[in-house]
Design a binder for this molecule. Sequence first.
Ligand code: ADP
Ligand code: SF4
Length: 684
Amino acid sequence: MTRDPRYDILFEPLRIGPVTARNRFYQVPHCNGMGYRDASALAAMRGMKAEGGWAVVCTEMVEIHAASDVAPYIELRNWDDQDIPTLARIAEKIHDHQSLAGLELSHSGYTSVNLYSRETPIAPMAMNASSYHFDPVHARAMDKQDIRDLRKIHRAAALRGKKAGYDLIYVYAGHGLGIFQQFLSRATNNRGDEYGGSLENRARLLREVIEDTKDAVGDTCAVPVRIAMSEFLGKDGLEPREVEDAIAMMAELPDLWDLSLSAWPKDSQTSRFSEEGFQEPYIKGVKKLTSKPVVGVGRYTSPDAMVRVIRQGIMDMIGAARPSIADPYLPKKIEEGRLDDIRECIGCNICVTGDYTKTPIRCTQNPSMGEEWRKGWHPERMRKKEKDAQILIIGAGPAGLEAGRALGQRGYQVTIADSAREAGGRVARECRLPGLSAWGRVRDWRLLQIGKMANVSLYLESDLNADTALEFGADHIVCATGAHWRRDGAGHHQFMPVTVDASIEVLTPDDLMSGKRPGSKEAVIFDDDHYYMASVLAELLVKDGIKVTYVTPATVAAAYTVNTMEQKLIQARLIERGVTIIAGQALSGVAADGLVTSCIYTGREYRHETASIVLVTSRRPEEALYRALKDRGAPVTAIGDAWAPAAIVHAVYAGRRFAEEFQARPRGILEVPFRREMIALSAN
Ligand code: ADP
Ligand code: SF4
């Protein structure tokens, strides 16, 4: 297949200072939870983006000095020459595929709490050194010597970056993390000297460092500036108009302007809260200020939208983090005219949880993300089957569909059977909930791929039991039968079931997703699950005119979603929808007239009178069929929620893993199931 000429513009080369990008696909810097600890894995991941056609592939933020340490977060380090081989390995992997390697130098100012190095944090002004953990540490106001030192440090890091082979070397003023943004913003700069006050003064350090960097490496490296267009603080912080004024003042200084929003949660908004292209209103004024290339992001997965933003003069290159994570081959697929093969990002921010939990990046749509090096998984290719086999998969949820797709790709004969009328399992149900429609892409992409495979067939409305499953005569049976929400209150906080009075209406998420609604006009939702489900159900019930009280043992609503950067938005939405939020209450029982809870601090008991209760606590694996088949000696494996309930990302991963490991060399329990990077011990 060849590319549709309407997308030609996306494949026009573009000069960026002294270097040239071969097309308009630009993987902007993004964190990944691997950093210096998993350098080879990180290099392979970045190399995969280059292989898939991204003309520019950048690192995440890279600490430029021991005193710019963002521990416990695991990013890359460029502290001294010892870091050059790690940085070089990443650049090499990117160069292997003729892409340009970008290095995002970063000093995080007041967000460099220096927990690892124990150096004193610095900032434009004296203030709390602030991380997500409220560390009891202050940043010192930088004096002139500190400013001179910072410029020296940045210059030295840029030179190391050049030595390591990078083609683009950033000056970072974004996400509230780059110290040059902290100087630029009056929210973090109250200086009385020539680095504070007027916009020109606040922009002085940024200008000086752009000039330093150009001077140090600009002969062979492009110098992009990543800048925050808004801090969402109104007049107290950066707003697009003021940032545009700053850009106008330095318009031709850098080689490229890379635009973003601050802080990170505003930049990487989920599909529950924003649409593709959500940043356009903030960035559309920049191109007319500069002749230099402009890059912007906005979760673009549609080539038509990409063409539109270039033609409308909003940006020159399509920046992407998440779309490149969900599909490293996105550019190649557009180039080859394989649009329906694009694995579109669903905007769930599970990728972000890797960075937040300091563990390697993972992706709901792309199970190979983060596993390129340590497991040798490829986003597009799998090894061919070892020998013929027929496989029956029971359950067409994310686990079953991915297993079926991947086994089909390997060349096996696969039958997928599901009792439901439609495929997709939990995804089919959940994508009908408020704000989650994009999640249907998990099912849609897999169904489309399976539809192209003659060796994979899908049978719906096929409720199998052990007898009917065995009648297939498959060489192997995979139970991907999912899980069901519990009705007995067992959850994260309360492991054991509580006493539930049979006379009160108790509903589960499964009930609500299958259309049931509370019998009364008010309901209490108890959330001991802490991810999205309870908050989404609260929205659903409010939409249906039901007054909702949300009770949780956590201190905030949807506590886990701190890791997807949605928590504040969720809490705000619940407040705005009139939901009463009661935090810090553990479940004691369900009485005839309502919920009984106890304060997690004092143990004092409370009663929440209501006629309807929705328990969102935990799920039970649907494993009866697996057990029955196992008891009969069948070759059977349970995967996904049927094995142990978890998020959709885990189910997709489990499907892929089964397909990867099927007929592979058996691995002993004592063997670590992946490669890992070992630290080279010093001589003593
Ligand atoms: P996962 O997240 O692990 O993929 P899901 O709950 O999304 O799990 O999907 C499980 C699927 O399995 C559902 O679509 C359900 O209809 C199907 N299923 C469960 N038990 C059977 C069975 N005995 N026969 C056929 N399909 C089943
Ligand atoms: Fe997109 Fe979710 Fe994958 Fe992140 S984890 S890239 S948001 S699909």
